[in-house]
Ligand binder design. Structure first.
Ligand code: ZN
Ligand code: ZN
Length: 183
């Protein structure tokens, strides 16, 4: 086990809580070290990667520079045009230097106030209720469901199943945003 403290990620404040980074003795293919933690989310690159990149190599851009790795499709930042556009350095920071997360479909990253938002994690019905009315409404609007159909969908949301919701908080106005999907 290492005593190194995890790097901080502006747009993914607690990757341990979201499950994108786990305690592991796996060696990182980038720095060739077993540093005690490994990234478990999606990797977009020429070579296949699974649980073999450490969070430090994500944070310092070396996984992107050396492996050509991205952790979300940059066009997914802003939800493929669904939310606000952000500046090029922000697309780059989220895609290349931020741990991603695993969704059922192509992942989307909420944007607000001309910036990418911080990823809070997956949520089911219970977690959404705990986050409050704003979070529930954000997921409802994005789902385009209403009435009884929405009620049924909402109650069926699962943190570790499907459909599942993905929550983000704006770093500026604190608004909760996100979306839901299923396989
Ligand atoms: Zn590494
Ligand atoms: Zn905002």
């Amino acid at each position: 086990m290492t005593s190194e403290s995890l790097p901080t990620f502006k747009y993914h404040p607690d990757p341990i809580a979201t499950g994108s980074v786990v305690v592991s003795d796996n060696e990182c293919v980038c720095c060739k070290q077993a540093r005690g933690y490994i990234y478990t989310g999606p990797v977009y690159s020429e070579d296949e990667h699974a649980d073999d990149i450490c969070p430090w190599c994500i944070a310092d851009n070396s996984a992107h520079a050396n492996l050509g790795a991205e952790f979300i499709d940059p066009v997914g930042v802003g939800g493929y045009g669904e939310w606000e556009e952000v500046s090029a350095p922000i697309y780059e920071e989220v895609a290349s230097r931020t741990p991603g997360f695993t969704g059922w479909q192509q992942e989307k990253w909420f944007t607000c106030c001309a910036d990418a938002a911080g990823f809070l994690g997956r949520a089911g019905y219970k977690e959404l209720l705990a986050m409050g009315a704003g979070a529930i409404e954000a997921i409802r609007v994005e789902s385009q469901l209403e009435g009884a159909e929405w009620e049924e969908y909402l109650k069926g949301l699962k943190k570790d199943g499907e459909p599942t919701a993905y929550l983000f908080r704006c770093l500026h106005c604190q608004k909760i945003g996100g979306y839901s999907d299923f396989s």
